[in-house]
Design a protein around this ligand. Structure first.
Ligand SMILES: Cc1cc2nc3c(=O)[nH]c(=O)nc-3n(C[C@H](O)[C@H](O)[C@H](O)COP(=O)(O)O)c2cc1C
Length: 368
């Protein structure tokens, strides 16, 4: 059953959110994922201080010119203290976004050194104060994204989740690792399940979702109200299509044609985005190092590299896409490669992580 707050946002079952991803979830990529079937998407984490100081770069990161009907977009912020974060929330209140998320999971040293991101988790009282201060200034749906705790000696997600609920948030996203864990650590579904069983607000589970089968396992083991996909979307926005496909087994094959069409759509959106950005900058008389077309290609390179993974004989493609100077070159590279795949009879690409490895990537009660 879908939680009321997600109904209010217009989401339907299953609730599958695109995570905020720094340097990735810009306007074009969010649009691609929304068109593929993501329930909701997020702008990457923004600094409250930068918002308060009206940083142009930060406002650029909030561009929202593409919109898929019925797919809301949230903004995520972090900051040093409750006053600063609430001040930033007041600014977001005026912006065209559907919800606000507070980042309490970012592990990056520059952020935690200043007391932001996952450093907030060390003190559940601070968690409560921040959520309460933001709740007082925002009418938007409010969520918080956390990890299990600081490290294996400080796993305090149950206390943190209580503080988030008491502070007045509408939902909580739990990434099932601590701040100090790296990605090789399995995701603790047992702890996400415990959070879910103790809280009234909806819980979204996050960590290691690379296929529908992973999501189904997380939902079955934890009872969460939805899942959030992060690295599983890199080079594979089709993952969201799989969630919308009735009767999928979780391991669909992406055909070369669908692959090519999806990337060409991303490139088209990228082109529009960077043409518009350039026009804005020219209009405002802002000096720029690169023109729109070159910048669009530079920012597309990492996506093209991710898209190229998993296909046979893709080494040459990877070298060429990592050097594309404009988006026309990118279109040529991708189109030629997909034709070669079809000619050589390659039928499809599977998700990067297979079912056999599920056991190693999650800790869950029914396993023991
Ligand atoms: C490139 C990259 C950028 C990220 N940026 C953010 C961010 O801006 N805000 C955030 O809350 N988490 C961020 N994360 C963490 C993810 O949202 C997610 O919580 C984490 O990767 C676990 O999910 P996964 O195992 O499915 O990747 C980032 C992760 C990656 C790989």
């Amino acid at each position: 059953m879908i939680a009321d707050i997600f109904k209010k946002l217009g989401l339907s079952d299953p609730v599958v959110l695109l995570a905020p991803l720094a340097g990735v979830t810009d306007n074009p990529f969010r649009e691609v994922c929304a068109e593929m079937g993501a329930s909701m998407t997020f702008v990457e984490m923004l600094s409250s201080a930068a918002l308060v100081h009206q940083s142009r770069r930060t406002f650029d990161m909030m561009r929202r010119s593409f919109k898929v009907e019925g797919v809301p977009v949230g903004v995520q912020i972090t900051g040093r203290n409750a006053e600063e974060i609430a001040e930033a929330a007041r600014i977001i209140e005026e912006q065209d976004f559907d919800s606000l998320d507070l980042n309490m999971g970012c592990p990056v040293p520059k952020i935690v050194k200043n007391g932001g991101g996952s450093a907030i988790l060390k003190d559940p009282t601070r968690v409560f104060e921040i959520v309460k201060a933001v709740r007082a200034v925002t009418g938007k749906p409010l969520s918080v994204k956390v990890r299990l705790g600081w490290d294996q000696t400080l796993i305090n997600v149950l206390e943190v989740a209580a503080a988030v609920e008491d502070g007045g948030a509408d939902w909580l996203t739990v990434h099932g690792r601590t701040r100090c864990d790296d990605y090789s650590e399995p995701v603790r579904l047992d702890l996400i399940a415990e959070v879910k069983s103790r809280r009234k607000i909806p819980i979204i589970g996050n960590g290691n979702i690379f296929s529908l089968a992973d999501a189904n396992l997380m939902i079955r083991e934890t009872g969460v109200d939805g899942v959030m996909v992060a690295r599983g979307s890199l080079g594979n926005p089709w993952i969201f299509r799989e969630f919308r496909r009735k009767g999928g087994d979780g391991f669909y094959q992406l055909t070369p044609r669908d692959w090519c069409d999806g990337i060409l759509r991303h490139i088209e959106l990228q082109e529009t985005e960077y043409e518009e950005r350039e026009a804005q900058m020219v209009g405002a008389g802002i000096k720029r190092r690169f023109d729109g077309a070159s910048l669009g290609a530079l920012c597309m390179r990492k996506h093209l590299l991710w898209y190229s993974k998993g296909w046979p004989h893709s080494k040459k493609l990877r070298t060429s896409v990592s050097n594309v100077r404009n988006l026309k070159e990118a279109v040529e590279n991708i189109s030629v490669f997909s034709e070669e795949l079809e000619k050589s009879g390659v039928s499809g690409r599977l998700p990067a992580i297979s079912e056999e490895r599920i056991e190693k990537r999650f800790v869950y009660n029914s396993k023991s």
